[in-house]
Design a protein. Structure first.
Length: 333
C-alpha cells in the first residue's frame, strides 16, 4: 500500500493532470485485458461454457437469475435490482470522472470519447461480473476457494496463467487503485487551491504559487489517505459503494440541474449537497437493503429544486449570457 501510494504520488506530483490522464490509458487497458483473459482461460479449464453454467446453477439455483429463482421474496428481489441500477446515478457526481472532460480539446471529441468510454465500461464491467460467476464454477470443481471473495480473479490468475502473465493481472488490480487515487488527488488539490484558496486570497496569487500549493495539497491528501488505509474497516466493494453513494448524491443532482435547469441557485445547490450527504449516512445506518444512493439522490434533487424555487431571483444579464454561451456551444458541436 505504501509503495503504491508513493508511486502514484510521484507521477501525480510531477505530471499533474496530464500525467494522471496518460497513466490512466495504460492502467485502463491493463484492467480490461485482465478481465477478459482470466474468465476466458477459466472457462477452458472448467470444460466449456455449458459445464461452467451448470456448475454455477448447481452451487446456487439463483446465481444466474435476476430474481433469485425463488430463493428470495419478490420485495427483496426488487430491492436488489433497484440497488444495482442505482449505481448508474453515481456517475453524474463523481469528481474524478467528471474532471476527465477537461482533457477534451474540442467539443467534437466528446463523440469519440463517448464511444470509447462506453465500450470500455461494457467490456470491463461484463468481465468483472463474468469473473465472479465463473469463479463460483471453478472453485466448486477444483476446490481451494479463497476466504475473501474479492480475491477470486487474483487467485484464478495465479493458478491458471504463467507467472509472468499472472503478474500483469496483479498489476492490473493495482492499476485500478492507482487510477482512481491519482484522479482523486488531482480533484482534491484543485478544490483546495482553485476553489477555496484562490477565491478568498487577495491579491490573486501567481500561477507559480498556485502550482506549489497544488502539489502541497496533493501530498497532504495522499498522506491522510494512506493513514486511513492502514487499517481498513470494510471490504473494498463496501468502501467503494459508500464513497460512490456519497459523491453521487452530493454532486450528481447539482451537475444535472446546472446543465439542464436555469433556475438552480447557490442556496439550492448547497441545500442539495447537505441533504444528499446526510441521507447517505443515515440510510446506510438504517440498513434497509436498498442502496443508499437511490434515496439520497432523489431527496437531494428534490431539495435542490424546492430551495431554488424559493430563492430564485430573475437576472436579465445572467440569462442573456447563459443563452449566448449555450448557443455558441451548440454551434461548435
Amino acid at each position: 500500500m505504501l509503495l503504491v501510494t508513493a508511486v502514484t504520488l510521484a507521477y501525480t506530483l510531477f505530471g499533474g493532470f496530464l500525467g494522471a490522464s496518460l497513466t490512466d490509458v495504460v492502467q485502463g487497458l491493463m484492467m480490461v485485458v485482465a478481465l477478459v483473459v482470466v474468465p476466458a482461460v477459466a472457462i477452458l479449464a472448467i470444460g466449456g461454457w455449458t459445464e461452467t453454467a451448470g456448475l454455477v446453477t448447481e452451487v446456487g439455483a439463483g446465481n444466474l437469475s435476476l430474481t433469485g429463482a425463488g430463493h428470495m421474496s419478490p420485495g427483496a428481489a426488487i430491492l436488489v435490482i433497484l440497488s444495482g441500477l442505482a449505481w448508474g446515478l453515481g456517475y453524474f457526481g463523481q469528481p474524478h470522472i467528471i474532471v476527465r472532460f477537461m482533457a477534451l480539446r474540442t467539443p467534437q471529441e466528446a463523440r469519440s470519447a463517448r464511444i470509447i468510454g462506453t465500450s470500455w465500461q461494457f467490456v470491463s464491467l461484463s468481465g468483472a461480473v463474468a469473473s465472479g460467476l465463473i469463479g463460483i464454477a471453478y472453485f466448486s470443481k477444483f476446490g481451494n476457494a479463497p476466504r475473501d471473495a474479492e480475491t477470486v480473479v487474483l487467485l484464478m490468475s495465479q493458478v491458471l496463467l504463467h507467472p509472468l502473465v499472472a503478474g500483469f493481472v496483479l498489476a492490473a488490480v493495482l492499476a485500478a487503485i492507482m487510477s482512481t487515487l491519482s484522479s482523486q488527488l488531482i480533484v482534491c488539490s484543485s478544490a483546495l487551491v482553485e476553489d477555496m484558496y484562490r477565491a478568498i486570497s487577495r491579491p490573486v496569487p501567481s500561477q507559480r504559487v498556485l502550482i506549489v500549493l497544488g502539489r502541497a495539497g496533493v501530498l497532504v491528501v495522499a498522506i491522510i489517505a494512506a493513514m486511513l488505509a492502514v487499517s481498513p474497516n470494510d471490504t473494498i466493494l463496501g468502501l467503494v459503494a459508500f464513497a460512490w453513494a456519497g459523491f453521487g448524491a452530493a454532486f450528481g443532482p447539482i451537475v444535472l440541474l446546472s446543465l439542464y435547469w436555469r433556475k438552480l441557485t447557490n442556496f439550492g445547490a448547497l441545500a442539495g449537497m447537505v441533504v444528499g450527504s446526510v441521507t447517505v449516512f443515515v440510510w446506510k445506518a438504517m440498513d434497509t437493503g436498498l442502496y443508499e444512493l437511490l434515496p439520497a439522490f432523489v431527496l437531494a434533487m428534490a431539495t435542490c429544486v424546492v430551495v431554488s424555487r424559493l430563492t430564485y431571483r430573475h437576472n436579465e444579464e445572467i440569462e442573456r449570457e447563459f443563452t449566448q454561451a449555450s448557443q455558441a456551444a451548440l454551434g461548435k458541436i
